[in-house]
Design a protein around this ligand. Sequence first.
Ligand code: FAD
Length: 616
Amino acid sequence: SLRTKESVVDVLIIGAGPAGLMAANAFVKAGISVRIIDKRSKKVEVGQADGIQPRTLEVLKSYGIAERLVQEGNRIYLSSFYDPSPEGGLKLSGRAAANTKLSQKGRYPYSVTFHQGLIEDILIDSIHKEGLEVDRSLQPTAIELNENENEIESDESYPIKVFLRSLDSAVGENDTEVVKAKYVLGSDGAHSWVRKELGITMDGEHSNYVWGVVDTVPSTNFPDIRNRCLIHSLEGSMMIIPREHDVVRLYTQLSDEDAQEVIDVKGRVDLTKWGPERLLEICKTQLQPYEITFPHEIRWWALYIIGQRVASAFSKHGRVFIAGDACHTHSPKAGQGMNASMNDSHNLAWKLAYVLRGWADRKLLETYEFERRKYAKDLIDFDRKWAKLFSGKPRTEQNKDGVSHEEMFKAYETFGGFTSGTGIQYAPSLITNTTFQHLASELAIGTRMPPQTIIRAADARSFELQDLLPSDTRFKILIFAGDLHVETQKSALEDLVMAATSEAGFLTKYGSRGRKDSGWATVFDILTILVDAKEKVDYTTVPEALRPHWSKIFIDDEAISECRGGNAYKNFGISHNGVVVVVRPDGYVGMIAPLDGTEDINKYFAGFMKLVTVKN
Ligand code: FAD
């Protein structure tokens, strides 16, 4: 017999891969009512994506969940480039920092590699602690979105109905469920059911590359087996990714002829045609004159087809969203898959939380597609250029038009900020205002707040600035107040406090949510960073209204015996006249204003925030 139950939730997430789990983690930590379902009965155990880039590490750290990856994962510091040697076989053309110059300024000067299963584990453990589980063996069969404008725009409405069917025979396959939701996130992978139901098309090339990948523990005399390698051989191109313990991932792009052999009439890879042994044979040939054998079990292998495509839209009516592989697919060469996916969710989560709490206007949600679709398109452009260089025949005496090491290396350097994630810059929008960029010339508005050591004034303890910007959904107001021993700076700071806390000031207008006496601390966190020295500073000179706690006042000075810190103003290009830096809840610089620019900050928040309605 058919039994139907009904349930209600604010956000329903369909698909518990990296994108879905990241979103679930952010929502549950933000106290949002959320449910996450997946059709699989268990998570990925081995294989699939395996690279976590420096920016993603920073993001995971901001949620307090990077530690296990950093400790247990493999770290890649160097990339090695191999090209054909005139004497035959391969030669080492050069080695370079795996995350290039940009991210060396970054917090993590390495990528971490570990199979996708661990990353999913970390996120699953994290949501578990908050009392949320993945609802498995559940598949959606239909989605209905009420397109009536009032329904779409109302904060109270639940305009979406998703019909679920259990795939678990113990529960009974006849059981169905109707979930009423305010918002739905489709993080259901490259073949996204949600995307198809919404009628969203994928734009881009339909030519597909076939990649072969094997995870195993090899035995070899190749000296770069523990570095990331880009190998251009006369026998084709391959990539080596060192992994946790002694595991190594070998990637090879199939030649057109080989690709023909493994693709069936429907254009899908037929895994019965080839085994991993065939891939290992190819790798052996490409690596000559070095020897490599495979005495251990194959942990995971795959042949998979990738098109370079971006979804034509990332949402329907700002009610149903898609994220991750559902929005973009590309080759694994730059190791972006999981990173792009998790960062989509990181971008969306705080925006949706603000709207659901009634703090922000729904137009804030439009910035998700604006920012992440542009990023996805850039990613695909990059992937195309990189794929061309990577798959091109190497330059040799006989083939002068081939790809040279210099070309490859230059592209590698150019794209470094992009692939490490630390160089990503969101364009001007409602939440990214570049008017006062000149006041902090080295702190690009729209990029993530870079790492910097600062010293707490009260006790001279050193802190990494990024650790003071957790993903707790609050805006961080960084007041670089200059030197308070200078009378004009002191009065400029006092004026700022007066303006920001006045009736018309942003702290009052958008800060005190809920009860009148709750203050602005639910929405804003304020850190003051002074020009001063440990031996001279007196944190009590900062007006009390700006220091709910002694721990919020810092100085730009060197850490005691740590060889770090100092030069924050210089590194950001900020003069001793000071500035205010508004950091968005996702860690990106949203705006910069002069100390007397409260009016501009008020306007920035007026662009998307709703006025506080005080409940006494
Ligand atoms: P996914 O990880 O695909 O997660 C989607 C989730 O949604 C899955 O758990 C799935 O079960 C669930 N789901 C799908 N449809 C439904 C539905 N209708 N109802 C309910 N749940 C549903 N990337 C690399 O960088 N390197 C690699 O070597 C690599 N190899 C890969 C090999 C394979 C076989 C696959 C499939 C992917 C590979 N990728 C690789 C890509 C990488 O795994 C993705 O970029 C990354 O996992 C994207 O995360 P996601 O959460 O968007 O999607």
